[in-house]
Structure formats: C-alpha cells, structure tokens
Design a protein around this ligand. Sequence first.
Ligand code: C5P
Length: 228
Amino acid sequence: MIVAIDGPSGSGKSSVAREVARRCGLTYLDTGAMYRSVAFTCLDGGVDPEDAEAVARVAREIDIEFQTDEGGQRVRANGKDVTSQIRTPEVELAVSPVSANPAVREVMVALQRRAGERGDVVAEGRDIGTVVFPAADVKVFLSASPEARARRRAVQRGGGNLATGENVVVDEAAEKAILADLVRRDEYDSTREASPLRPAEDAVRIDSSDLSFEQVVATILALSPELA
Ligand code: C5P
C-alpha cells in the first residue's frame, strides 16, 4: 500500500500524512525533511546553496535517518540530530535552490523509492504522485488558499491548535511574513524545471481551506477500502 500526498507548503500535508500513517499502521515518509536536511548540511558545512556541483556532492554523501518516538519523528543527517534546525528561516530560504537541483532530486528520489520498496508507506512532498511513486495506490493533492495556509502556520508557531481552538492567538506581522514566504516558495516550486509542483492527473484534489483536520483525514481514509 502506497499513499502519496502532495501539495504546497502549509497545506496541512504533514500532520494529515502522519495521522493517516498512524491510523493505518503505515510508515510515514517526510520527503520535505530530506531536502531540508541537504540544505541544512550545506549551510552547516559552508557550501553555497546555489553552487550546484558542491550541493550535489553533499546530497550524494548524506546519510539521512528518521526515528519515531513518543515525541514524534526525529531526523538525523550524518549522525547529527537536525530535527529543529531544518525548520529555521535560513534553511527555508536555502531549500528552494537545493530542491530545484536535478542532481539532488535524483539522489533523493532513489532514496525515497528504496524506502517505499517494502510498501506500506504514506509519503508526502511535491512530486510523490508524479515522479517518486507514479503507481501509488492512493494519490492526493492537498491544497488550501494561501491565506488559510499562512493562518495555520502562524497559529502553529504560536503554540496554538486551530483544530481544538486552543491558544489561538494570531500575530499579524508574523502571519504576513509567513504568507510572503509561502507565496515565494510556491512560486519557486511550481515554476522550477525539475519536477515542478503539480497534481498528478489521477490525484484526488482536496481543498482544505474550509475543512477541519479530521474532515481531511476522513476524506483520505475513505478513498480506499484498504485504508478504512
Ligand atoms: O514540505 P516541506 O515544506 O518540508 O518542503 C521543503 C521544501 O522542499 C519545499 O519548499 C520544496 O522546495 C522541497 N520539496 C521538494 N520535493 C518534495 C518535498 C519537498 O522539492 N518531494
């Protein structure tokens, strides 16, 4: 069973993919964390993210490991725990040119396919249904309006939860900055030459702007009797 979930930044893919994997006993594969790990390792080693050759070398040599514990999933790059370091604004800037690098994509796609060889995976990213697993059993393209996505990220960063209504405080300046970054990354991801972000022809499109987290999860689980 392979479930592919693609979509733009902040569409809720990560939490939805993680929950679908948890409920169905499948392995969760966060491919964005892989590109982020390459970007972080470049910055950490003084490699310019725009230096295509040097970045490709980092990607060919990198060892990425995922570990799941009660606190969620931890990511290690070359033995170093980078779980929080791959979420910084510096990495967010560097990850665009890194993920647009065809040599990096070639290495990451091969690693992702290897992770999916044994099946039973929920993989989320930008090119899962189009490139990594074109024969996936279930393909979802999850989107939401830029404003809804920025609002979710802003609430999340402030430690709140929109699903439960807990601690929902909105910092408008932060939300504006997040919106600008989302729009910039969407534009970069959708217009790059190597595997641009686009829905697979056979993907089920879900717009989560006005849906709750639970409704999105339920919609995906209903797509296949094997997930129900
Ligand atoms: O999903 P996340 O925001 O963590 O992804 C970080 C970046 O990695 C994206 O902005 C995109 O440029 C890149 N990415 C990609 N292909 C994937 C997953 C992520 O190009 N399959």
